[in-house]
Design a protein around this ligand. Sequence first.
Ligand code: ASP
Ligand code: MG
Length: 423
Amino acid sequence: MKVFKFGGASVQNIERIQLVADILRSYPDEKILVVISAMGKTTNALEKVTDAFFNQQKEEALLLFEAVKKSHLTTAKYLLVTHYNAALEQLANFFTEVEWLLHDNPVRDYDYYYDQIVCAGELLSTAIMSAYFNEMGIANEWIDVRDIVRTDNNFRDANIDWAFTQQKINSDILSLFEDTNIVVTQGFIGATDENESTTLGREGSDYTAAVFANMLDAESQTIWKDVEGVMNADPKAFPDAQFIGTLNYNEVIEMAYYGAQVIHPKTIKPLQNKGIPLQVKCFLDKTLPGTVINNKAVKNLPPIIVLKQQQALIHLHSRDFSFVGEQPMSDLYELLASLKVKPNLVQTGAVSIQVCLDDRSDKIEKLALAASDFFEVQVEKGLTLLTIRHYNDALLEKLIAGHAVALRQQSPETVQVLMQPNP
Ligand code: ASP
Ligand code: MG
């Protein structure tokens, strides 16, 4: 059994969708669980629908949703002939689910509505793709992953109920594979025990695929992307970025932790626990070897560079010049936990603490306000966090040259510099 994950970019247009079918066709006798993301930028579009709905702009929300409908209908019409009517019926059901909700007024919190609306992206995409594969002679079964992946109701960052989900996979998915080689389903979404839709965090499809790989005891997981494999830096920001052929799980966990956009941070653990190798391959050219990630030690890695934009630095000063001891620190961490924010960098001094966070304004404001109960608070915004793993001084100097540095932390393996974006 293999698990494949195709991201939004691999199904963003007709040519690419055809490449995905070609890839599946080249594994004729394999059992493959296929996880497919929402098409192109659909998730972003549905986020806008949610915003409009939540801001009581019903007409705007419906209009924005109409555009999402239209683009999926156009794609379905182009790809499907014999399977068109059946697919259309399925799409119409998903459209109706969202539209019913949009006709209501928001009475619950934002994150709940986000999940009910945004989950449509993966449902629409996989419905079209499954029908298209069948039409192309690639026999497959489509599954609504919300019947399989059970989560808690921590909307937008839901946690999977492993025992329940494993049981569902054993009873529902394994039996499907007795009759078909390919099962197509969604990543990123799940449902609570009350059948409310949930999402697992942006880019969460990689993680879902890993959960399936773990629970199906897959021989491997492959993430199909539009790049050659894992690079040592984002090639958009660093044109001379290098391809890395092999990596180990720990390195990838570190990279994801520091904000590399390669793979969703939660993806590795389920694979590592069962020693399942993760391949990152290019859907534009399936003959390229791609990157293999497993538990073997890798020597001589190039420096790995990660840039995180939109960082806020919160300066917290003790009010009476008393030392920042364990009590203020524990107050601070309790506050971070209660707001569900993860600091990217923390530095402590005698009478101050500095905390660097992703600048999500709502959370920063709440944090600053609550922290002002025990600290003098200042917030600095618009910073960039540079992280280099396996750094050397020459590279570090080159990358920070001319930038005003706000904070710097260093270990033998990793250096992090929080700086003004433009020199
Ligand atoms: N469609 C979701 C997103 O764009 C999940 C994913 O693609 O992994 O974040
Ligand atoms: Mg994606």
